[in-house]
Design a protein around this ligand. Structure first.
Ligand code: AVI
Length: 323
């Protein structure tokens, strides 16, 4: 057999090693009284595609509102930031929203996009460097954990960028702790630009997380597809339904997967039992008022310098200064 044929055969027969951290997290979440799966596991290749499709949905106003707000306010943001700053983006993806800022910011010194997906990051970084004739140092890291900036990045005039209301996917205590870490990372006199979805009519919020075409349902159910494929699970997709609800007491939209029957399944050598109607809680998306977001920022060591909202009052964008 030639080396090439052997390689092909190996690829077909050798199962992929199981991601033990993923398995441990799912088993621990499914053994709680309120079953949970961590929302960071939404984003495999299919999940990321589905999320991109969500951002184009009529019901999912967040991306449109934030993009319009950034376009509208970019000149004012640029005036606040001045010249010679370094922009550090947390979870940069394809840097789409960054381009709006980069168009407006004068004489930026450097752009540092941080993302967990290395391949995606390098391609997007090259494109931005070429399109804006700007030095770019991509950093492949999980921005939710502790990391340091590359040594070439001077801690002078650093501006963090965290758009998309991703801050809303943290529990408030975690969000405050994250903001505090970002402040230590960026150093004294740093600024942070953050997008945060606003509190609004619950019906509008629930529609944004339960669209008529079922894209968000597919995004939520894809967690089970991923567990079946990567961890050898035996979830039946027909036996679970997507549910989104606004929890007014907590000020958050919750996503769940509802078991449609009493059922038992096996995962990692364990049996997991569901009663009909029982749910797996898969995501929280906290919504803030301008004031409650300022309070959160303050807990993380930031003072509000400016905040903007769109004319409909759907979304907010904040400029913060390290205290
Ligand atoms: C990534 N994040 C800000 C989205 C949100 O709105 O919480 C994730 C999402 N979940 C369902 N639809 C979108």
């Amino acid at each position: 057999m030639t080396a090439v044929a052997e390689t092909v055969l190996d690829a077909k027969t050798e199962p992929r090693p199981i991601d033990e951290a993923f398995l441990a997290s799912v088993l621990s979440g499914l053994s709680k009284r309120q079953k949970t799966i961590e929302s960071k596991y939404f984003y495999d290749a299919r999940g990321s595609q589905l999320f991109d499709a969500i951002t184009d949905l009529d019901e999912y106003y967040l991306t449109r509102a934030e993009t319009a707000l950034l376009k509208e306010q970019s000149a004012e943001i640029a005036t606040l930031i001045g010249t010679g700053a370094t922009l550090v983006e947390f979870g940069s993806g394809s840097s789409v929203k960054t381009r709006i800022l980069l168009d407006a910011l004068a004489a930026l010194r450097l752009y540092v996009p941080i993302d967990i997906s290395g391949e995606h990051l390098d391609a997007a970084a090259k494109q931005v460097a070429a399109d804006f004739s700007l030095p770019v140092i991509p950093l492949h890291a999980d921005y939710t954990s502790r990391f340091t900036l590359p040594h070439q990045v001077s801690r002078d005039r650093l501006v963090g960028f965290f758009p998309g209301s991703t801050i809303g996917n943290f529990e408030p205590d975690e969000a405050a702790a994250f903001l505090d870490r970002v402040r230590s990372l960026l150093g004294p006199a740093a600024r942070l630009l953050v997008g945060a979805d606003l509190q609004k009519d619950p019906a509008r919020l629930e529609a944004a997380y339960d669209d008529a075409q079922g894209v968000t349902a597919a995004f939520n159910l894809n967690l089970l597809v991923r567990i079946n494929r990567e961890l050898g699970g035996d979830f039946s997709l027909e036996a679970f339904r997507h549910k989104a609800l606004y929890n007014a007491e907590e000020g958050r939209v919750e996503m769940h997967l509802v078991s449609l029957a009493d059922q038992s399944l096996s995962l990692g050598g364990r049996q997991i039992d569901f009663t009909a109607g029982e749910t797996i809680h898969t995501e929280n998306s906290y919504k803030y008022s301008l004031e409650s977001f300022r309070e959160l920022a303050q807990r993380g060591g930031w003072r509000s310098e400016a905040a903007w909202t769109d004319p409909e009052g759907l979304f907010s964008f904040h400029a913060l200064i390290a205290e």
